[in-house]
Every structure is written in structure tokens, then in C-alpha cells.
Design a protein around this ligand. Structure first.
Ligand code: AMP
Length: 261
């Protein structure tokens, strides 16, 4: 039988600007643990030089009251200087973190892995909660935890969506009204490509290509749309253990989504 101690502390790392996705992680942690800690830290290390670190949405007062409402016991909102008092040692997760999101955003996953490792060492949780919305991030963190024998149990939570299918994201506030109307096409395309793959309408590679053109026709600038193996994130034509992953820009706003098959 599991001892109470092993269930004591659940941890949800975030960058704030809370939405329903963040809240579902907090609520799941609340169900499973005596204590729930949420960190709020916009991690400069995971942003590229030309990315949105400076304008990333920040609203600590609102975040604190939403977290309190969700039953969070401890909010940890350190300053950049507290987390990075000097140029830091970093963690690089070999292999899967170098593909797709890692390739389009060089250094991104090193930044994620480093801050998550630091937060685990500061907070020392028994369990930590991450969203499948950031699928490659989930698998990168799992690989880090396995490779470095970190004593943390990981929980991955399904993506929470708006009624029209758009995944909740802190970056959705950047979308203009027109872009917001176009944005649900991202998930709709994943769903329709997945259906065509499952019905074997054509080779997966060609169906994925078709989905990419459809997104481009709707005004998306597509960084990648791929069918990948969830074992190693390599491109695959095999449906078992696979996922469709997509990253695309509407104007200057970059959206990511995925669908596990
Ligand atoms: P962020 O603040 O964007 O770093 O996200 C903090 C955590 O919330 C990460 O584990 C994300 O994967 C997760 N998350 C973000 N959006 C969603 C969503 N729409 N549904 C579920 N989890 C999400």
C-alpha cells in the first residue's frame, strides 16, 4: 500500500497567464495530493532571441486568485535572479528534443529541461503534472527524468480546448479577431487528417502533406505538420504509438497542437 508520505506533494510548473488548461492540471493534482504547489516563472532560457519573452502575458494577481480558487496550497513565483544568479549549467536531452519543436526553436528544450530540473530540486515534489498540449515537452521531460534517475512521478493531462476546438494557450490573447476565427482550423485539420489515416484513404505521408496545404490555404505559415512515433519522435508511417504534431503561425502568433492516434 502506498504510504501517505509518497502522495504528499503534487507540483504544477507553469509560466502563468492561467487558463482552463492550467486549471485542469491544478485540479488533477488537488485530487491526488495532500499539498499542491504551482510555480509561476516565465523562463527566459526557453525563449529564442527573436521570440516573445518580453511581451509574454503576465498577470500575477489574477493568477494567484485563480490558483487559490483551484485549491492550490503553495504558489512559488521566483525572480529571474533567484533562478539564474549567474550563467547557468544546462541540461540537454539527447535525441528527441532535437527534432521538430527543438529544431524550429534552437535551445528551447535545453531551457525547458534546465528549469524543470531546477524546479524539481527546489520544490522536491513526489509528482509533477504536465499537459499533453505540449506533447514533445512531455516526452522530453520523461526522457530527462528516466535518464537522470530523478525521483519524480510524472502525470500527463489531456489538452483542454475551447468549444470550437482551439487548445487553450496563454498565447491565444495575441490573436486578432480574424486570426482567432481562423485558429480552430489547426485542430480541425489534425482531426480530419487523423480520420483519413485511420480509414487508410491514402499513404499517411500524402495525407499529412494534404493537411499542410489546407492550413496554408487558410493563412497559416506552417513550421511543421508530421506524423511521428511517440517512442522517438521520428517521422513514421505506422499508426501505433503515433501522433500528429503541428506548429504554425498566424501572423506573428505561433500555435502548436497535436493529436495522439
Ligand atoms: P505554460 O504555462 O504554457 O508553460 O504551461 C504550463 C503547463 O500547462 C504545461 O505542462 C502545459 O503543457 C500545460 N498546458 C498548457 N495549455 C494546456 C491546455 N490547453 N490543456 C492542458 N494543459 C495545458
Amino acid at each position: 500500500m502506498e504510504s501517505l508520505g509518497a502522495k504528499a506533494l503534487g507540483f504544477v510548473p507553469t509560466m502563468g497567464a492561467f487558463h482552463e488548461g492550467h486549471l485542469s492540471l491544478m485540479r488533477e493534482a488537488r485530487k491526488n495530493h495532500a499539498l499542491v504547489c504551482v510555480s509561476l516563472f516565465v523562463n527566459p532560457l526557453q525563449f529564442g532571441a527573436n521570440e516573445d519573452f518580453g511581451r509574454y502575458p503576465r498577470n500575477e494577481d489574477r493568477d494567484f486568485s485563480m490558483a487559490k480558487e483551484a485549491g492550490v496550497d503553495i504558489m512559488f513565483a521566483p525572480s529571474t535572479e533567484q533562478i539564474y544568479p549567474r550563467k547557468t549549467t544546462t541540461i540537454h536531452v539527447a535525441g528527441l528534443s532535437e527534432l521538430w519543436e527543438g529544431k524550429t526553436r534552437p535551445g528551447h528544450f535545453d531551457g525547458v529541461a534546465t528549469v524543470v530540473a531546477k524546479l524539481f530540486n527546489i520544490v522536491r515534489p513526489h509528482s509533477a503534472y504536465f499537459g499533453y498540449k505540449d506533447l514533445q515537452q512531455c516526452f522530453t521531460i520523461r526522457r530527462m527524468v528516466e535518464d537522470l534517475n530523478m525521483p519524480v512521478q510524472l502525470h500527463f493531462i489531456e489538452t483542454v480546448r475551447e468549444p470550437d476546438g482551439l487548445a487553450f494557450s496563454s498565447r491565444n490573447v495575441y490573436l486578432t479577431a480574424d486570426q482567432r476565427r481562423a485558429a480552430p482550423m489547426l485542430y480541425k485539420t489534425l482531426v480530419s487528417v487523423a480520420k483519413s489515416i485511420e480509414h487508410r484513404e491514402d499513404a499517411p505521408g500524402r495525407l499529412v502533406k494534404g493537411g499542410k496545404s489546407r492550413l496554408e490555404d487558410h493563412g497559416f505559415d506552417v513550421d511543421y505538420l508530421e506524423l511521428v512515433s511517440t517512442d522517438d519522435f521520428q517521422r513514421t508511417e505506422v499508426v501505433t504509438h503515433s501522433a500528429l504534431i503541428v506548429a504554425a503561425r498566424l501572423g506573428t502568433t505561433r500555435l502548436i497542437d497535436n493529436l495522439r492516434l
